[in-house]
Design a binder for this molecule. Structure first.
Ligand code: SAM
Ligand code: SF4
Length: 345
């Protein structure tokens, strides 16, 4: 076994892009940096989450090594997620390590916003480009109920404001739409987008069970959200970026802010999906709607070369599951896969 420099010689030149059996190419990496979370969103966390032992969680060096290998195979965007990514101490150190990878163009993070006000500046300085804050209600009491924690709404709103002030760009808001819970707040979120120049993304509730048990009746179709908004503010669709999970619209009257609709259930975009996931305990997950996962941590910790790791990931990604469309076509429904907090959203 050689040192890191020797190991990397084999990967000095870019290798072929990561491609699956359907010809889909991986360009985006989502990393769950921890499974732990200080919130208990009812659509995400089970009543009694089982946390991974600390020794099973990848170190920043291990995450950065996998990211470097993937970058040489064509990955250009990295999103940090969790659990709650800011539960991981000094996350800016990881951001700075990822920023040093020349092929990586964008580093983003999805967070519940609780620690954002205090961390935003450090993260920006370390090289974080953009942030998405999950915010499922603009009514403080309802928000607390959804996230299972009292008195945190103002703090999350402050995080959102500070993120904009320090220049993270874009700052987006993720709203998981739940029938009978927040589907009466569409217009409030639209006003937030317009007033604060934010991108608000309405996400269809997906069957990853938390305290709440997924039922089709709880899903608010993205089309319905668009119709509701258009009854007041006409929207102009923007060209869809390849591999994007969202349909994005701007306001026809030219007021700032954008609207995104993530129709993972009613109209998924699995055909050109370009994502690959790495779990906190070092599993490669090619598709979030499949139980298939490939343990790259054992390889990492047994002294494998970058070339061996690259070849392992290539084989894993090649077998990527067709996607949620095929599940719906063949089974008419989606079986429970795993809780979202273990995957990184
Ligand atoms: N803790 C961070 C947060 O909440 O933003 C990052 C991890 S969270 C698992 C990533 C994203 O998945 C969040 O926007 C969250 O709202 C969303 N999410 C969680 N469970 C979901 C579900 N069942 N359906 C749709 N989106 C879900
Ligand atoms: Fe935590 Fe995010 Fe899951 Fe909410 S959605 S419980 S904040 S991981």
């Amino acid at each position: 076994m050689g040192n890191d420099r020797e190991r990397n010689v084999a990967l000095e030149h870019k290798v072929e892009p990561l491609q699956d059996r359907f010809g889909r190419v991986a360009r985006k990496l989502r990393v769950s940096v921890t499974d732990r979370c200080n919130f208990r969103c009812d659509f995400c966390m089970p009543v009694k989450p089982v946390w991974l032992p600390k020794s099973e969680i990848l170190t920043y060096e291990e995450i950065a090594r996998i990211a470097r290998i993937l970058a040489r195979m064509g990955v250009t965007k990295i999103r940090l997620s969790g659990g709650e990514p800011l539960m991981r101490r000094d996350l800016d150190i990881l951001v700075a390590m990822l920023r040093e990878i020349p092929e990586v163009r964008t580093i983003a993070m999805t967070t519940n916003g609780f620690y954002l006000a205090e961390m935003a500046e450090r993260l920006k300085r370390a090289g974080l480009d953009s942030v998405t804050v999950s915010l499922h209600s603009l009514k403080p009491e309802r928000y607390d109920e959804v996230v299972g924690r009292k008195g945190v709404f103002e703090r999350v709103m402050e995080g959102l404001k500070v993120a904009q002030e320090v220049g993270l760009n874009p700052v987006k808001v993720n709203v998981v739409m739940l029938r009978g819970c927040n589907d009466d707040e569409i217009s409030d979120f639209v006003e937030l987008a317009r007033k604060s120049n934010l991108t608000v993304r309405f996400i269809e509730y997906m069957p990853f069970d938390g305290r709440k048990f997924w039922r089709p009746e709880l899903l608010v179709p993205g089309e319905e959200v668009v119709r509701t908004i258009e009854s007041v503010h006409p929207l102009v669709p923007m060209p869809r970026e390849q591999g994007s999970t969202a349909r994005v619209y701007r306001f026809a009257d030219g007021i700032g802010g954008e609207i995104g609709i993530i129709t993972s259930m009613t109209s998924p975009f699995c055909g050109d999906c370009d994502r690959i996931r790495l779990t906190a305990d070092g599993k490669i997950v090619p598709c979030m709607f499949s139980r298939d996962e490939y343990d790259v941590k054992s390889l990492l910790r047994s002294g494998a070369t970058d070339e061996e790791i690259a070849s392992f990931i290539r084989d894993a990604f090649y077998r990527k599951f067709a996607g949620v469309e095929s599940l719906l076509r063949e089974h008419k429904t989606i079986a429970y896969v795993r809780p979202m907090y273990q995957l990184g959203g």
